[in-house]
Ligand binder design. Structure first.
Ligand SMILES: Nc1ncnc2c1ncn2[C@@H]1O[C@H](COP(=O)(O)OP(=O)(O)OP(=O)(O)O)[C@@H](O)[C@H]1O
Length: 347
């Protein structure tokens, strides 16, 4: 029989996953990873108590050093080099389905379950990752960088659930999440990434000019890292038409802005993608999503030795370097995930 470790965050989704696994009679153990420096003894005690009540063994796994090294440090470095990073897409391959899965296996489990909203099919050709049933909560985008072979040891008990159904099912069982609150968008950022960077005294570029493509200076920015390609709000400039961030000129510390037509892109280039299905097996038509909570759109994707080239059939809002480009089949299967290196401006 399988021995399943359930990754418990303290939130509702992993709690529900634990209950579902218990209800199927599976042999289960709870694992909670410490990611952050700040100790949360009270949460650990609540998780321990919850597992004891359910007669499930509980293990606390200390991954603070690794999380700092593999998630937080690259996140900070990415901002320093002008990218807008996606830490969850880094954490999933390196930590949750990397080191945490390894630790769970060392503790005797043969697979790791998490409360992610995504679906895994175990086919004769290996595991296939699909979008979760709840379109609003689907987290497959963040999982697109996890190496395919890792999914052979993974289970998503909530694959057929909606968030609402989870809330109702927990209420019916009289259960409250041990952490007592909904989890934050990025677990180590309580409010704004800018505050996080400031609190850590990260050295970032200082103020500089905001300019149009022809060099006309329209105002000042407070540091290029505060801005994202394609951004419209928060520029603080009055102009005859809405202005968008069209580029960052690092050599001159200039934020380049322009009208909407200049903020359109015909595609992007990524780093070497994580392939969840070999490209020769991809369907003819694929869809690409370049940021979380975006409707994926058809695109032409080619994979070569150094990355993916994604060509949109028509101009689209500029993709953000540092974010993930996830390639999907029309049926919602995740085919690949690459980190966007540069946007290709529409001609
Ligand atoms: N500190 C942690 N230790 C162990 N597993 C974790 C931890 N944080 C998150 N996870 C796992 O990753 C899953 C997805 O985490 P995410 O932070 O995206 O929160 P979520 O989707 O709101 O889930 P939850 O409601 O369980 O917190 C969780 O359901 C849980 O299985």
């Amino acid at each position: 029989m399988h021995k399943t470790a359930i990754a418990l965050s303290g939130g509702a989704d992993s709690l529900m996953s634990l209950l579902l696994l218990r209800e199927t009679g599976a042999e289960v153990m709870g694992v909670h990873a410490r990611f952050l420096g700040a100790d949360d003894e009270a949460l650990h005690e609540r998780l321990r108590g919850l597992c004891a009540t359910l007669s499930v063994p509980f293990h606390l796994v200390d991954l603070r050093r690794e999380f700092e090294e593999l998630v937080i440090a690259p996140f900070v470095r990415a901002y320093q080099s002008g990218l807008t990073p996606n830490p969850c897409a880094t954490c999933n391959p390196a930590i949750k389905f990397g080191l945490l899965l390894d630790r769970a296996r060392e503790l005797g489990a043969d697979r790791l379950a998490t409360g992610h909203y995504a679906r895994l099919l175990h086919t004769t050709q290996g595991p296939a990752l699909y979008r979760g049933l709840d379109a609003d909560k689907d987290q497959s985008y963040f999982l697109s960088r996890v190496p395919r072979e890792r999914f052979a040891h993974v289970l998503f008990p909530l694959s057929g659930w909606t968030k609402n159904a989870v809330r109702l099912a927990l209420a019916e069982r009289g259960m409250e999440p041990p952490a007592g609150r909904e989890s934050q968008e990025v677990c180590f950022i309580s409010a704004d990434y800018r505050d996080f960077l400031r609190e850590r005294n990260v050295r970032l570029g200082g103020p500089g000019p905001i300019a149009l493509a022809d060099g006309t200076v329209l105002g000042r920015h407070a540091g290029l890292w505060n801005h994202t390609l394609g951004q419209r709000k928060g520029l603080g400039i009055a102009y005859s038409e809405p202005l968008y961030v069209t580029g960052k000129d690092f050599a001159r510390n200039r934020l380049l802005v322009g009208p909407k037509a200049e903020a359109m892109s015909s595609g992007c280039r990524t780093d070497i993608p994580n392939l969840l299905l070999p490209p020769e097996l991809w369907p003819h038509e694929v869809l690409v999503q370049t940021i979380y909570r975006q409707r994926p759109e058809p695109a032409h994707v080619t994979v070569d030795q150094s990355g993916m080239t994604i060509a949109f059939p028509g101009p689209r809002a500029i993709p953000t370097p540092g974010q993930v480009a996830a390639v999907y089949s029309p049926e919602g299967q995740v085919l690949a995930g690459g980190v966007i290196q540069e946007a290709i401006h529409a001609a």
